[in-house]
Write a protein that binds this ligand. Structure first.
Ligand SMILES: [Zn+2]
Ligand SMILES: [Zn+2]
Length: 216
């Protein structure tokens, strides 16, 4: 299993990176990205620390740990600049906190995220067909999420991806150990989103390709 969107106590997750990574390994994960919430207030504190722990844990626990960040509630016009800064600080996987139906995210976040150089537009809610076309063109993956609330638009995201050819990834947005991926959660999420097991395999390949692209 590959999961490119998780949180530790460097933002609002409940586990230390070491525990989250170890629990993921026990669950059978092959790769995990640590993508804590960042904006201009904490980006320079969080990413270097996540970097440090990721490079320590990867060889010890024999799981690929990717340092990342989720750019969250940054005004749309500043998202691109923030992505550039995140990369400069060492984030390999950059996720944008998209326009989920569960929260009031600034309008224009999806569009700004798609054109920012990020890897994944997380929980993009009722993303438009035009935005999905642009995501495809820019190589930005749209997220199918197992997270309650955000997952309300999964079926819409899956159908618009089918229509436009935009690529999907499956992530958990884990904030606690019980959020981590397992076979039952995958099956349930696919069923509710109207996706098949073959779609899951494609999503996994898309996640793997992001890792390949971003790894040194
Ligand atoms: Zn988010
Ligand atoms: Zn998140």
């Amino acid at each position: 299993m590959i999961d490119l969107h998780t949180h530790t106590l460097f933002s609002d997750g409940v586990l230390l990176p070491s525990e989250l990574v170890y629990r993921a390994k026990i669950k059978g994960y092959r790769a995990i990205a640590l993508t804590d919430h960042v904006d201009y207030s904490n980006i320079d504190l969080v990413i270097p620390r996540i970097n440090k722990v990721a490079s320590t844990l990867s060889p010890k626990y024999r799981i690929s740990v990717l340092p990342g960040a989720e750019i969250t509630y940054v005004p749309p016009e500043l998202i691109k600049k923030t992505v550039t800064l995140a990369r400069k600080l060492g984030a390999k996987i950059v996720v944008i906190h998209g326009e989920t139906p569960a929260e009031t995210v600034p309008k224009g976040t999806n569009l700004a995220g798609i054109t920012s150089g990020a890897d994944i537009l997380a929980h993009p809610g009722y993303i438009t067909e035009k935005e999905a076309h642009l995501a495809k063109k820019n190589g930005v993956c749209l997220e199918i999420t197992t997270r309650k609330g955000h997952n309300a638009a999964n079926r819409h995201v899956a159908s618009i991806a089918r229509k436009t050819g935009a690529k999907l990834v499956l992530n958990t947005d884990s904030h606690a150990p019980e959020n981590l991926l397992d076979a039952a959660k995958i099956r349930e999420t696919l069923r509710r989103a109207g996706l098949k097991h073959s779609d899951y395999e494609k999503m996994r390949a898309n996640s793997y390709n992001i890792i390949k692209r971003r790894k040194d």
